[in-house]
Design a protein around this ligand. Structure first.
Ligand SMILES: C[S@@+](CC[C@H](N)C(=O)[O-])C[C@H]1O[C@@H](n2cnc3c(N)ncnc32)[C@H](O)[C@@H]1O
Length: 289
């Protein structure tokens, strides 16, 4: 949703922008082009591999792009260290990148046989998906799959996890996919039966909802008057956090929502990139305090 992101950020040539989820640098590159010749971009990613790839892509922009290995929930700290008082726009494009899914080998994808890791920042995180699966009580696994995955067969899958791990510890994505197949009586025709459990585990391992909730007030505080906050969510729980935070900030006179309803991708974009199908983009503008 590059066009919608650029329109939402309303980039200008001397603005300072933050991309809190740099990924492979696609949005960051578009922001740097749209804010030429002297706009600057601070790009954050908690995954070193992503940061490394984005650095190669953004090399032509020289010192206009500053890339930092950090979690977006540390935004206030990062900007204070850089002595940046306020910024013209901030973007979050939540979820995982295609590289994390397809080549990271960290168990985000249910297609192959990978370790059940799912940590986006293995340097700073200790708990893996395998740890959760092998150690959490059945009731907690049930809650995790139900609440974070909205998985209707959560109870059956949690029970099967406990049965299997009593025989052999869960180590690989293939083991997990196989036990989900065994536990789910009527597989969905629309999505792979493991989709929701993988999503729930990824959200839990990386504490994604908690980080998002901690980020939004910092982002609002960092924006200059009229500065824009753009967030793309792919999951109803994430989108709910963004929606409610924007409404609360509007009630408190801090933000004005630019669109009341979220923007969704055009059908051609979904055809080109099916993983964009559930994207919801919300934009708000900072009001003078
Ligand atoms: C969907 S991708 C972003 C794609 C990017 N917009 C692009 O154009 O290539 C999400 C990225 O956000 C990163 N990420 C997720 N949670 C993060 C967090 N809490 N702090 C920093 N980066 C995070 C992931 O590592 C991943 O690289």
């Amino acid at each position: 949703m590059v066009t919608e992101v650029l329109a939402g950020l309303s980039c200008r040539p001397d603005g300072v922008y933050v991309d809190g989820t740099l990924g492979l640098g696609g949005h960051a590159e578009a922001i740097l082009v749209a804010s030429s010749p002297s706009g600057r971009l601070v790009g954050l990613d908690q995954d070193r591999a992503a940061l490394h790839k984005a650095a190669q892509r953004l090399h032509p922009f020289g010192s206009r792009a500053l890339l930092i290995h950090s979690c977006y929930s540390h935004l206030a700290e990062v900007l204070a260290e850089l002595q940046i008082g306020s910024v013209a726009g901030i973007l979050l494009d939540l979820g995982i990148s295609t590289d994390q899914l397809q080549v990271s080998g960290r168990g985000f994808s249910f297609g192959g046989e990978e370790p059940l890791d799912m940590r986006m920042n293995p340097d700073a995180q200790e708990i893996t998906a395998a740890d959760l699966l092998n150690e959490k009580p059945e009731a907690e696994l049930n809650r995790l799959f139900w609440e974070l995955g909205e998985e209707r067969w959560a109870r059956r899958i949690a029970r099967r996890v406990v049965q299997v791990r009593q025989q052999i510890p869960l180590r690989t994505t293939a083991q997990l996919v196989e036990l989900i197949r065994q536990a789910v009586p009527v597989p969905s025709r629309r999505i792979h039966p493991a989709t929701r459990v993988f999503q729930a585990l990824r959200l839990a391992v990386n504490q994604e909802l908690e980080k998002l909730a901690a980020f939004i007030p910092q982002a609002i505080a960092a924006l200059e008057p009229q500065g824009r906050l753009v967030i793309i969510a792919y999951h109803s729980l994430e989108d709910r956090i963004v929606k409610q935070a924007f409404i609360r900030a509007e009630q408190n006179g801090l933000l004005k929502r630019v669109h009341k309803k979220p923007l969704v991708p055009q059908p051609e974009e979904v055809k080109r990139n099916p993983s964009a199908r559930s994207a919801k983009l919300r934009v708000a503008a900072r009001l003078a305090a």
